[in-house]
Design a protein around this ligand. Structure first.
Ligand code: AHM
Ligand code: MG
Length: 281
């Protein structure tokens, strides 16, 4: 019998050529909003439906939860998959990068990030890549137009000499302690902010540094969602030798009370996460 986690990853990979090929004609907004109140593009709904269909077709999958739907779709199985089908989809209008984020948990959702067995993301950039954290290592693959996956980096780790940073939210909305921290960071690193977490996190994985979306004055919980964005990205970055935080502790130690709960989110090299926690604490 094939490995069930491989089957989940293969199901995600199987959606990639369809999602990529379907983007050009799905740049307009739908009439509805997702459970977080964000407007949905036709591409968000399309990617979500493809993932639902392919993942629930895997015997081992017991449930599918997504940023684009209110509740978990359940079936018989052992593992629970949470996904952000098209992270950064507002970049579709300006034709910039975006991605798909997913986490495979062995407990019903919502649960602790420590229940993740595997996590990863697809980056729809000039080339399509997948970064996968599993069994203590992170691999990077290229996904060809026909859906073939070729490993290009066997053991991806964060560079020790960081060079890039990117933080979300409008600057007047940053709290003083966070703004003070950013002043120090911007004297040391180069700004890279794309509007898609996946694009920015992949830069941190490539060059080292820190990405974050902080709690804001009028929105202390920040923008990004713990289950669909925070846990999987924290798992990838921590497995690659980096750190994650909500400003106090690792995102993996947090258990959301609600599926669509938001959290301040920071990932990057240890040194920058340690200094962030000291600045906010
Ligand atoms: P989405 O999942 O609805 O696309 O929203 C998440 C995105 C992240 O990819 C990105 O880091 C952030 O929202 C950007 O927000 P902003 O446009 O406020 O800078
Ligand atoms: Mg997102």
């Amino acid at each position: 019998m094939s490995d069930p986690i491989d089957a989940v990853v293969d199901a995600v990979v199987s959606t990639v050529p369809d999602v990529r090929g379907g983007l050009a004609n799905r740049r307009s907004y739908e009439s509805g909003a997702n459970p977080s109140g964000d407007r949905q593009l036709a591409a968000d709904v399309y990617a979500d439906e493809l993932l639902e269909d392919r993942l629930l077709g895997v015997d081992a999958v017991a449930g599918y939860a997504s940023e684009e739907r209110e509740s978990i779709v359940r079936t018989e199985g052992r593992y629970y998959v949470a996904a952000d089908p098209l992270d950064g989809s507002s970049n579709l209008k300006s034709n910039n990068a975006m991605g798909t984020v997913f986490g495979v948990y062995d407990e019903p959702l919502p649960t602790s990030g420590r229940d993740l067995l595997a996590s990863g993301f697809v980056l729809y950039g000039p080339i399509t890549t997948m970064v996968l954290a599993r069994g203590g290592t992170v691999t990077e693959s290229v996904i060809d137009a026909d859906g073939t996956r070729r490993t290009v980096t066997e053991d991806l780790t964060l560079p020790e000499d960081p060079t890039v940073y990117g933080f979300g939210g409008r600057v007047p909305q940053w709290r003083d302690a966070f703004a003070g921290y950013v002043s120090a960071v911007e004297a040391e690193l180069k700004l890279r902010y794309s509007g898609a977490m996946i694009g920015d996190v992949n830069q941190v994985l490539t060059y080292g540094g820190i990405f974050g979306y902080p709690g804001l004055r009028d929105r202390p919980e920040g923008k990004l969602r713990l289950c669909f964005e925070g846990h999987p990205i924290a798992h990838v970055v921590e497995t690659a030798g980096g750190a994650s935080s909500n400003g106090e502790r690792s995102l993996l130690d947090l258990t959301p009370e609600r599926l669509h709960e938001r959290t301040p989110l920071f990932v990057g090299n240890d040194e920058y996460i340690d200094r962030l926690e000291a600045a906010l604490g």
